[in-house]
Design a protein around this ligand. Structure first.
Ligand code: FES
Length: 552
């Protein structure tokens, strides 16, 4: 056992505090483990975590550790209204990392186990683990049980797409009220390969969760057993002094990128991986690495990419099965939280559902499912391609139809302003403009689809997209964003925009001299309080939008 930092910090006042909290003299000598519980009664994503925390604490005590539950912010799409200016969701990611630093680092605890759930908790936990660099393991919080109507499964994506579709006159298959009544039948994250389930798979691929834990039915007996296993393991990890920066290596990040591509996951994973790499101070450029992994094919088509339900994906082996399939082209030597390499973890494992998680020589589609574009319109921009079966354009040229926000864009679609052939632009939705990428750019995709324009237009935004959306040719997270004077803030109606997936390019048909005559930066959504602080401090997209100040 290495010297415990909780012991090294021993002092009479600290001992007095521990004793008053119920610790015996014997307990004082044991490893002290933070149980990071991003819990909230406001969102179903978190509703079960207090029970899981109790299980984890009990198991840590049995394994010879002393648990201390600490609470953090718990941002969720269910809490932030769709029309709210600014995004407390992305901004919440960094609050979680800071919450953990303020509590776990301040108390000089010896390790931590993080109960990870809704979209921004996995990256918040990963960032904190990388920053604090104390033994850490993540427990995958699991996904919601979907409901049924007339024997057909329905989930929360059906509610979101149904409500916006209805606004555009597209009748949902079932009444919205019935969808809302039946879509969510248990605690956990949104069903489908949206941001949360993508990030849960990323956590396992990075080696920061135990093998076979992602995804998992929320609060199921299996998830509870996973939590017990992780609790036992974190006590061992403290004894082994196995720290996150030994796990969060370049190989681990490659494995995570490959996993996102193989499941055609959420584009949000890119910035979260970059933010984690920045916290780990390993110098990795995730955007550059992303393109190096472009050969990774799509091996499983979970909704919304395809029709596979998340339950089927879990039953087929989930992230572990994806990693097993990918092993010939990824870094099997990457160390994981088991203390073994990824390849060692996968020894003897067989994919349970070979039709759902396909082999490399018989993929669902060629890679990449997500690509990074650049050009005179953007230093970086992200295009989500999904299954590249020719059903959506990959080359597009057309006149810009510019809107100052997603809400204006929605109105423009509703008013018939958007025409086939247009490059529809919703700007001022970025890290600073949003701020924190608020403004619900994702809704525009639902609206274009509902209006029958998804395949005949291209959509370009400096905002982010929910992982739930996959319609038409969509380029998001354009950087530099409008609010700091990027070309997306200078473009005018009628300017010609060219997008080429093959060339990985997005360009505007203007010379640098012509661009210099345009004025910017443009409009910023008003913000107060924390969002205004976020706007001031947030670093560019190339950093994953971290809030870190320059090193002192
Ligand atoms: Fe929490 Fe979807 S709102 S995972």
């Amino acid at each position: 056992m290495p010297e415990l930092r909780s012991l090294a910090a021993n002092s009479p006042s600290r001992r007095a505090n521990w004793k008053a909290l119920g610790l015996s003299q014997e307990d004082m000598l044991k490893p002290k483990i933070a149980v990071v519980n991003s819990s909230s009664e406001l969102a179903i994503c978190y509703a079960h975590l207090d029970g899981i925390a109790r299980i984890v604490k009990e198991e840590i005590r049995k394994a010879g550790g002393i648990p201390f539950e600490v609470r953090t912010a718990a941002p969720s799409d269910f809490i932030t209204g769709a029309n709210k200016a600014g995004s407390y969701i992305l901004a919440g990611r960094d609050i979680i990392a800071n919450d953990i630093e303020v509590q776990v680092e301040a108390a000089l605890l010896d390790g931590m186990i993080c109960l990870t759930s809704c979209d921004k908790t996995p990256p918040g936990h990963l960032m904190a683990a990388a920053r604090l660099n104390i033994p850490t393991i993540l427990v995958i919080g699991g996904y919601q049980q979907a409901g049924q109507i007339d024997g057909e499964p329905v989930d929360v994506e059906d509610v979101w797409s149904g409500q916006i579709g209805e606004r555009f006159g597209k009748k949902p298959k079932f009444p919205i009220a019935d969808l809302a009544e039946n879509a969510i039948m248990g605690p956990g994250v949104c069903a489908g390969m949206a941001t949360a389930n993508t990030m849960h798979s990323v956590v396992e691929a990075l080696g920061m969760a135990l093998p076979g834990h992602a995804p998992v039915r929320g609060n199921s007996p299996k998830m509870q057993e996973n939590a017990r296993a992780a609790a036992r393991r974190i006590v061992e990890m403290v004894g082994e002094d196995l720290k996150p920066r030994s796990i969060l290596t370049e190989g681990a990040f490659r494995n995570a990128i490959a996993t996102v591509l193989a499941v055609s996951g959420s584009i949000n994973a890119i910035k979260h991986l970059q933010a984690t790499a920045i916290e780990a101070e390993n110098g990795l450029d995730i955007f550059a690495m992303w393109e190096e992994m472009a050969d990774v094919p799509v091996l499983s088509a979970v909704r919304p990419t395809g029709e596979v339900r998340i339950e089927q994906f879990e039953d087929a082996g989930g992230a572990r099965a994806i990693l097993k399939r990918l092993l010939p082209m990824i870094e099997g030597s990457a160390l994981t939280c088991t203390g073994k390499t990824l390849a060692e973890n996968l020894e003897g494992y067989e994919v349970e559902g070979p039709d759902v998680i396909r082999p490399l020589d018989n993929p669902i589609g060629p890679g990449p499912a997500i690509a990074i574009l650049g050009g005179n319109f953007a230093d970086t921009a992200v295009v989500r391609l999904g299954i590249r079966d020719g059903s959506r354009p990959e080359e597009f040229e057309g006149p810009a139809r510019v809107f100052e926000s997603s809400m204006e864009c929605l109105q423009g679609i509703e008013d018939g302003v958007v025409k086939p052939g247009d490059v529809v632009i919703a700007r001022n939705q970025g890290l600073k403009g949003g701020p924190a990428m608020g403004g619900s750019a994702s809704l525009v995709l639902f609206a274009l689809d509902a209006a029958g324009l998804a395949k005949t237009t291209a959509f370009v935004t400096d905002g982010q997209l929910s992982g739930l959306c996959l319609k038409g040719l969509t380029v998001a997270e354009v950087a530099p964003e409008a609010a700091i004077g990027g070309p997306i803030g200078l473009v005018q109606d009628g300017d010609i925009i060219r997008i080429s997936v093959q060339n990985r390019s997005i360009d505007i048909d203007l010379t640098a001299e012509e661009m210099a005559t345009r004025t910017g930066p443009g409009f910023r959504i008003p913000a107060t309080g924390y969002l205004s602080t976020f706007r001031q401090d947030v670093q560019p997209m190339r950093t994953g939008g971290v809030l870190l100040p320059a090193k002192e």
